[in-house]
Design a protein around this ligand. Sequence first.
Ligand SMILES: Nc1ncnc2c1ncn2[C@@H]1O[C@H](COP(=O)(O)OP(=O)(O)OP(=O)(O)O)[C@@H](O)[C@H]1O
Ligand SMILES: [Mg+2]
Length: 254
Amino acid sequence: MNSADNGSPVLSVNGVSKRFGGTQAANNLSLELYPGEVLALAGDNGAGKSTLIKMISGVYQPDSGEIKYQGETISNRSPRDVRDLGIETIYQDLALADNLDVGINIFLGRESMKSVFGLPVLDRKFMRREATGALKHLGIELNNMAMPVRYLSGGQRQAIAISRAVYWKARVLIMDEPTAALGVPEQREVKDLIKRLQNDGVAILFISHNLTDIFEVSDRIYVLERGRKAGERLISDTDEDEVVAMMMGRILDD
Ligand SMILES: Nc1ncnc2c1ncn2[C@@H]1O[C@H](COP(=O)(O)OP(=O)(O)OP(=O)(O)O)[C@@H](O)[C@H]1O
Ligand SMILES: [Mg+2]
């Protein structure tokens, strides 16, 4: 989808910077993300990708600059507030609670309660039913919703984390290396899910080291080099050689 067709950005990052000791992890970064577009964030190890998304998701506060969601500033919000507003961030390893079942994982931090003899208890049945519907919406079938998620494959775990974002109607989905630890068929599934969400109008910011994945699923690419923006391209206007040159600091736009 072309960003020009979508009116105003759902997310805008305006000149944010973040320093850790002597390291300028993010240096005056700006970007815009539009509904229904997939933006890839690329860069070598330590380029500042995770730092940038953690500023968006509320884990880090920027030293300077501003982040806006649907036109309102979110620069000083907590991760919980940012998630409740509709920006869901998925980390490969930290996304799920291993000992809990799929239903509860969809509701993590927002559990549904019912009253039994006047006491509040988890409404597991409701959560499992809702979770089944959320997974089905994405074309995912699990035969045992009561199974602790530690028994699921990497791809299934990723799918549950994505379902959680869909169930809570996230407008922005941020994924840090979503396919890095997955087998080939599972990578395929996650990429298909990204496409489906995109068709629902969700904006996706997706970090990857895998240029093949990036060229397959993204509309645009934003490249970081040692905390700076090296460049930004429409996927249709660039190729792997140019992206690698940007990652190595051999091309700097700004
Ligand atoms: N909490 C922190 N404390 C100190 N330094 C940090 C912290 N987080 C990140 N850094 C430093 O900031 C720089 C950018 O790190 P960041 O994790 O954002 O890179 P990245 O692009 O996500 O790398 P990778 O591809 O390896 O995940 C690195 O030099 C890193 O060492
Ligand atoms: Mg990282």
